[in-house]
Design a protein around this ligand. Structure first.
Ligand SMILES: *Cc1c(COP(=O)(O)O)cnc(C)c1O
Length: 414
């Protein structure tokens, strides 16, 4: 029996873009790590929210079918389930880098010799810029303050022991990607969190490539904070609202600095129009502004799919798909100037496999994959092409198409 019949996933819930080349009706989509596909339910439900605005005007704040004032609360429980948190520890708001800054206002507090921020050398540029600007904001030299963890000579990914050995009593903040955007490496989040906290550092995680990709237990693992976006594996649309986790041990702590606005106060006090706030004992206290309702709808729709399917089942299908793709890539790379840089052990990767080109240029290659074969992969210049089979909607046939297209596009070693 065909693998796609036996293990079909939930492709029928999504719009799959038509192919522009390769003779297939639909693209083989491997860029869900960059922008997830649109669930069919999104348009319907977004239209319902728009309809309530047309029908009610300002009264929609309280009288809409999904009232706007507490709308964000509809997203809290499903987002908390997704990352393994208590509902009080999670809030959906803003975008990812904005949230990292709001969280660093609270959790990056350099003092004495404890000033350093540890990130990966292969950190996403936004994270690199964010931590450097935070160092500068505190009057520190970013070159001396930011420690960038590099793989060993000749290796592509980080070893957990090497990460842990860099955590000293000079480290104020550890801020790593749960899954690295470039290499696809899944970090040992519980071990690094424990090691960082043991030396007295604050440990935060950027889960842009982990949320909706791998199972997470943020509460149990004891992370101080985390943030993620919703437009990659969470399929909530370009620039979608992001998520934040703040461990309950930090709730209601009056010593923590937070930047506040009227959404930082207890909802029951919001319209008392007082001069001082009364922040709730939850992650909601990190909110600032009233949120964009029409951006919240798509996150709600998407999180429902994750609730219905379940992260454990998704992870199992993800490992089957990625292992299947890896088998083909092993054959393609054996005789061509390419290598897969993502770790092979299942506990060290999510969906994504990253291929490094030893010759040629990633951007040119992904263009050919797209226009000659209808395969959408993602180039990270100059030399990495990322393939993410997404367990909600990718197929085994997609994986065969990708490997076949890569083999035809990259010449064999002579
Ligand atoms: C995608 C991504 C971002 C993007 O930041 P935005 O604030 O959403 O624009 C930041 N960090 C990482 C690690 C990412 O993968």
């Amino acid at each position: 029996m065909d693998l796609d019949e036996k293990d079909p996933g939930h492709r029928h819930l999504f719009h799959i873009p038509p192919a522009e080349g390769g003779g297939y009706p639909e693209v083989a989509y491997f860029a869900g790590n960059s922008l997830g596909l649109q669930p069919k339910a999104t348009r319907t439900e977004l239209n319902e929210d728009l309809g309530e605005w047309a029908r009610l005007g300002v009264e929609g704040h309280l009288d809409a079918g999904r009232p706007w004032l507490p709308y964000h609360e509809l997203l809290t429980a499903p987002a908390a389930r997704l990352v393994g948190a208590l509902p009080s520890e999670v809030v959906v708001m803003n975008s990812l880098t904005v949230n990292l800054h709001l969280l660093m206002v609270s959790f990056y507090r350099p003092a004495g010799k404890r000033t350093k921020i540890v990130i990966e050398d292969a950190a996403f540029p936004s994270d690199s810029y964010a931590v450097r600007s935070q160092a500068r904001f505190h009057g520190l030299d970013p070159d001396e303050t930011v420690v960038r963890l590099k793989p060993r000579e000749g290796e592509d990914t980080l070893r957990v022991d090497d990460v842990v050995s860099q955590l000293t009593d000079e480290v104020a903040l550890v801020l790593l990607g749960g899954v690295n955007y470039l290499t696809g490496e899944l970090m040992d989040i519980p071990r690094i969190t424990e090691a960082g906290r043991a030396v007295g550092a604050v440990v935060g995680w950027d889960l842009a490539h982990a949320a909706g990709n791998v199972p997470l237990q943020l509460h149990e693992w004891g992370a101080d904070f985390a943030a993620w976006c919703s437009y990659k594996y969470l399929n909530s649309g370009p620039g979608a609202l992001a998520g934040v986790f703040v461990h309950e041990r930090h709730h209601g702590n009056p010593e923590l600095h937070r930047f506040e606005g009227w959404w930082s106060t207890e909802p029951s006090t919001r319209f008392e129009m007082t001069a001082t706030s009364r922040p709730p004992r939850s992650a909601d206290a990190w909110q600032v502004s009233n949120p964009p309702i029409f951006a919240m709808g798509p996150v709600r729709t998407s999180l429902r799919i994750f609730d219905e399917v379940g992260m454990a089942a998704l992870r199992e299908r993800s490992l089957r798909l990625t292992t299947y793709l890896r088998g083909f890539l092993d054959q393609v790379t054996a005789t061509r100037p390419l290598s897969v840089i993502t770790p092979r052990e299942p506990e060290r990767h999510g969906c994504q496999l990253s291929v490094r080109l030893h010759e040629g240029n990633a951007g040119a290659l992904t263009k050919r994959l797209r226009f000659e074969h209808g395969v959408i992969a993602d180039a990270r210049q100059p030399d990495v092409v990322r393939f993410a089979p997404v367990p909600l909607y990718s197929t085994y046939e997609d994986c065969r198409r990708a490997a076949d297209a890569l083999a035809k596009t990259v010449e064999e070693n002579r």
